[in-house]
Design a protein around this ligand. Structure first.
Ligand code: PEP
Length: 250
């Protein structure tokens, strides 16, 4: 079991607009009265200022969806961890499967992104997960351990400061969800790997992600090593996201 209290994080991906974000965020805030889990939304970079303004002083934290592996300089298009900090960003997703797949991010790049985030006081949400072919080939454990090992290797004793998200690639945006047993099985493997690296592995929240919704959240969150969720599609509707925050508040 990770740090006390569940952590629920919305990943908006490349969705939203100034006009649509404002009512979405205010509807979420207005419904959070009886929510007692930790919560954040990872918004597209151009909307960080809007999110910072609308969420200032609230129980909903601001997150980013990526961070540069470099500190500053000639990296056109990149956004540095220090820049994210300027907008009160608390979390940054690193190594999402869509970044690994469409932007060629390697385990080493992901590890350096996590390192930049940590150095700026931002909690990296490190995503790991196997493809369908890898699961069918019996490689799930080996894949997620290899992905996490790179981050452990680069970040040393800071590793207890990260958040891990187990996101089976075959479950992201597909409507297919890992069973609670499948999720718990991988989460236990990741917990053991963290325990071998730090005396504070119990502080690391291990989130599940992949077609989590209001209906399946309760049973997934009931697993002993599922400390919260990373939520894509269902975080774009205030009522769905709020149902999941409430499921995490029991
Ligand atoms: C994600 O992209 O992190 C995710 C879990 O997406 P979805 O919930 O839409 O499957």
């Amino acid at each position: 079991m990770g740090m006390s209290g569940k952590l629920m994080v919305g990943n908006w991906k490349m969705n939203g607009s100034l006009a649509a974000n404002a009512p979405l965020l205010s509807d979420i805030l207005n419904g959070m009265g009886d929510v007692n889990c930790r919560a954040a939304v990872c918004v597209p970079a151009p909307y960080l200022a809007q999110a910072q303004n609308l969420l200032a002083g609230s129980a909903l934290d601001v997150g980013a969806q990526d961070v540069s592996a470099h500190e500053s300089g000639a990296y056109t298009g990149d956004v540095s961890a220090a820049m994210l900090r300027d907008f009160a960003v608390r979390f940054a997703i690193v190594g999402h499967s869509e970044r690994r797949q469409y932007h060629g991010e390697t385990d080493a790049v992901v590890a350096h992104k996590a390192q930049r985030a940590l150095a700026a006081g931002i909690t990296p949400i490190v995503c790991v997960g196997e493809s369908l072919a890898e699961r069918e080939a019996g490689q799930t454990e080996a894949v997620v351990k290899r992905q996490l090992a790179a981050v452990i290797h680069t970040n040393g004793h800071c590793i207890s400061e990260i958040v891990v998200a187990y996101e089976p690639v075959w479950a992201i945006g597909t409507g297919l969800t890992a069973t609670p047993e499948q999720a718990q099985g991988v989460h236990a493997v990741l917990r053991a790997q963290l325990q071998a690296a730090t005396a504070h592995a119990d502080r690391v929240s291990i989130l599940y992600g992949g077609s989590m919704n209001a209906a399946n959240a309760v049973v997934l969150l009931a697993q002993p090593d599922v400390d919260g969720g990373l939520i894509g599609g269902a975080s774009l509707k205030a009522s769905d996201f709020l149902s999941m925050l409430k499921a995490a508040s029991r």
